[in-house]
Design a protein around this ligand. Structure first.
Ligand code: RNT
Ligand code: ZN
Length: 416
């Protein structure tokens, strides 16, 4: 009965969209090909397995909902659960502090592929491809400046760390037969006014040039821009302008985190500018509330517009989609699933846009018609298409995943 209803609704939706020249089957097939890189740090509030230091680097999790993953096995168990609730083949995004250190303190300038071999094996077993991140926060040498530090000893420590991480990413990429995307984000900045804005940026550019010089064919590096960090409010070395210039001149992938903008800012408009000058984009899909609060991604205008611009630019194959938020105030598995499904909904909405018709109106200078269709497109039967997409992929449809997560909480996370 349930399946019949979903199918019936889908058939009607398919016809309705077809009237506007939109092929829903094609959109579903395209959506199935978009992997979303799941950020491992949502399972455990960005703690990792190195030294369990308090989170630093200007980022913060808030909340203490029970059930946080405390071990590598618990992180894996949670990711495996999440996978069963999502349509499509996704990726797992690891941070360096999530290495399999087997209880030993492995410092950041000592880390190697051996600390990620069990991840590589596990990922293969579970049909997940891995992405990676160097970790410059939550460490005694983090301070306010890492790769941009004028102190050579500290700077070299972080350069060594980041180089090692790139080699680990390369090994992951080789093992999975698909490039591992490695993100470099450093929190470097200043709480108060600085008179050395350009100097730190010069040092950061030099450090990155040195790090990226090594040719590693199985990985791709990306660098993440930011507005500010907590405790580092007056100045961010790796600002949006810095990285736009850096990525354009060095042909490096730009990481755009939607949490790093003001709530009311039109983030999506950056897409068609960057795409003209940088090779690819890495997206950290997130949600700022008042500040870079990393709330769970939802289907809001910012996220919808982001993917509409990517689809309008025909750039889904140049954009790597990942999530980046850490909400410790609600069920963490639930947070994962809400955010991933919201991202998929936004991608689907973008794929279902009646673009040829809208473009024809625009070319003919028919402004009223264009706006009217943009408005009407919002209430097309998109939900029926999304439901069918999930049913077709044998994962929960609609709110069905709520019950499944409640069950997992009763059986597993509440006992932690
Ligand atoms: C921080 C950046 C960064 C981190 C992760 C944990 O503002 O968004 O991507 O969230 O590396
Ligand atoms: Zn981010």
């Amino acid at each position: 009965m349930r399946d019949e209803l979903i199918l019936k609704a889908y058939e009607i939706a398919r016809e309705r969209y077809a009237q506007l020249g939109v092929d829903t089957d094609k959109a579903i097939a395209q959506l199935e090909q978009v992997p979303i890189s799941l950020h491992c740090w949502q399972t455990d509030d960005v703690v990792g397995f190195e030294r369990g230091e308090a989170l630093s680097g200007g980022i913060q999790t808030t909340g203490n909902y029970p059930g946080r993953a405390r071990t590598i096995d618990e992180v894996r168990q949670d990711i495996e659960k999440v996978q069963t609730l999502l349509a499509g083949n996704h990726r797992l995004n690891l941070h360096e502090i999530y290495g399999d250190f087997k209880g030993k303190l492995v410092d950041r300038d000592e880390v190697g592929v051996e600390h990620f071999q069990s991840w590589i094996d596990w990922a293969k077993e579970h049909n997940l491809k891995l992405d990676f991140n160097s970790t410059s926060f939550s460490h005694p040498k983090s301070g306010n400046l890492t790769l941009a530090n004028p102190n050579k000893e500290i700077r070299d420590f972080w350069i060594e760390h980041t180089k090692r991480c790139r080699r680990i990413a390369n090994a992951m990429g080789e093992a999975q037969g698909d490039p591992c995307i490695m993100n470099i984000w450093v929190h470097d900045g200043s709480k108060d006014l600085t008179v050395e804005r350009m100097r730190y940026r010069q040092i950061l550019a030099d450090s990155l040039d040195e790090i990226l010089a090594e040719n590693l064919p199985h990985m791709k590096s990306c660098v993440e821009a930011k507005l500010f960090g907590i405790g580092l409010e007056s100045y961010t070395v790796g600002s949006h302008d810095f990285f736009a210039g850096y990525c354009a001149s060095r042909k490096v992938i730009y990481t755009l985190d939607t949490g790093h903008y003001e709530q009311s800012e039109n983030v999506s408009d950056i897409i068609p500018s960057l795409l003209l000058f940088v090779p690819e984009l890495m997206l950290h899909v997130s949600r700022p509330v008042r500040w870079d609060s990393d709330h769970v991604t939802i289907m809001n205008d910012q996220t919808l517009d982001l993917f509409k611009e990517i689809v309008r630019a025909d750039a889904l194959d140049r954009a790597h989609v990942g999530l980046d938020y850490f909400d410790a105030s609600i069920n963490r598995i639930g947070a994962y699933v809400i955010g991933t499904r919201a991202t998929q909904k936004c991608i689907l909405q973008a794929l279902l846009e009646p673009l040829p018709k809208l473009r024809a109106y625009e070319d003919a200078d028919k402004g009223f018609q264009r706006l009217a269709l943009l408005e009407e497109a919002k209430s097309l039967p998109f939900g029926a298409v999304f439901d069918y997409f999930n049913m077709k992929n044998n994962v929960p449809v609609g709110e069905e995943f709520i019950g499944e997560i409640e069950q997992y909480e009763r059986d597993i996370t509440s006992k932690r």
